[in-house]
Design a protein around this ligand. Structure first.
Ligand SMILES: [Zn+2]
Length: 360
């Protein structure tokens, strides 16, 4: 009797563990398995590294970043110990990812280096926070400050903080920079264009919210907000899916549709852009999508990457890389619970001359 019961239990247990293995084996495998297609290579999950893995796939697809990092002469990499130097370890990791080498985990030293800089292993991270931290480490730890600044300029969205008194029309403004655009989302359906326009919408401040005007010398109703001055070669958009209220973080699974090609000039009105002219070079192509699956409490990151070699989409889920269609990427718009949802979008400026060269 006891024996039979045991067999039954073992049987049902086995079928469970098989389906578990199907989805998880590679993710937590310590073996050297990983897939490589078209120069894209999978990255083993090492100490819950899916967030950094997805970011590394997007960095690896940013050839502008690779070119700048590779110019850096690391023989003179500064006072910082090499094991602590984030840009140095990033350069090495991206070079190994590009090479045909067979190292199962070319990113281990990079992950340990982040750990030494307080981005801990075996801990869940927020991809946008880690992205911004890595850019800051590049700025702080690269011995070649000029190159570090060039890397920053690659992602730097230039904005004008704008405040106008509605009584005397006096304008106060200051220039500032954002390395990723944090777009708040609404419940329900969103489009990227709407949320981008909202981000640069001036708000009227009245009654309780009035602002002190330096010319009037008293509180007055005002218009306040950000106006766009300039977009960089790579625009990183952060879809703010995590919302904290009363110490509790919830994830918004709202639908956000986004296009493969976008002309930011057509999205913004003349009032939302600083300066009198609209720029002609604000057409961008999507080339990477960082995806978050799960809830605010526990989740997993993957990345869709458009490969510049064959112009096809690929999905990188830790060790595994597979070819994907745009239709599959569109599932990450969200709108239904349980699916992976786009969390960060990377758009690259279309260089008109290059386009002509290609078509000619
Ligand atoms: Zn005034």
């Amino acid at each position: 009797m006891g024996e039979r019961r045991q067999t039954t239990m073992a049987g049902s247990g086995l079928s469970r563990s098989v389906s578990y293995l199907d989805t998880r084996t590679y993710r937590h495998s310590t073996s050297d398995y990983y897939s490589r297609i078209q120069g894209l290579r999978g990255l083993m999950n090492y100490g819950l590294s899916c967030c950094v893995n997805a970011l590394l796939q997007s960095f690896s697809a940013t050839h502008e970043l690779l070119e700048l990092l590779n110019k850096w002469d690391t023989d003179d990499c500064g006072a910082l110990d090499k094991a602590h130097n984030v840009p140095l370890q990033l350069q090495r990791t991206l070079q190994t990812m590009q090479s045909q080498g067979l190292q199962p985990a070319p990113h281990q030293d990079f992950l340990r280096c982040l750990d030494r800089n307080n981005i801990r292993l075996f801990k869940q991270h927020d991809a946008d926070e880690v992205f911004l931290s890595i850019l800051n480490f590049i700025q702080e730890q690269m011995s070649d400050k000029e190159l570090a600044q060039e890397i920053r300029r690659l992602y730097m969205v230039k904005v004008e903080e704008y405040l106008q008194c509605l009584e005397c029309r006096f304008i106060e403004s200051a220039t500032s920079y954002l390395l990723s655009l944090p777009l708040p989302l609404c419940e329900g359906n969103n489009t990227l264009e709407e949320r981008f326009r909202d981000f640069f919408e001036l708000q009227e401040l009245k009654n309780m919210d009035e602002c002190f005007c330096n010319r009037c010398g008293e509180k007055q109703p005002a218009r306040q907000g950000l106006r766009l001055i300039e977009l960089p070669p790579v625009v990183c958009i952060h879809l703010k899916r995590f919302r904290s209220t009363d110490g509790y973080t919830k994830k918004l699974h709202s639908k956000v549709s986004f296009p493969q090609t976008i002309d930011f000039n057509k999205v913004l009105g003349p009032e939302q852009v600083s300066g009198n002219f609209l720029q002609s070079e604000w057409q961008y192509n999507l080339y990477a999508v960082i995806v978050h699956c799960g809830s605010a409490m526990s989740g997993h990151y993957t990345a869709y990457i458009k490969h510049s070699g064959d112009n096809e989409w690929y999905h990188a889920d830790d060790s595994r890389v597979h070819k994907a269609k745009w239709e599959e990427v569109k599932y990450t718009f969200g709108g239904s619970r349980g699916d992976g949802t786009a969390y960060m979008l990377l758009y690259r400026r279309i260089e008109k001359e290059k386009e002509l060269e290609c078509s000619g």
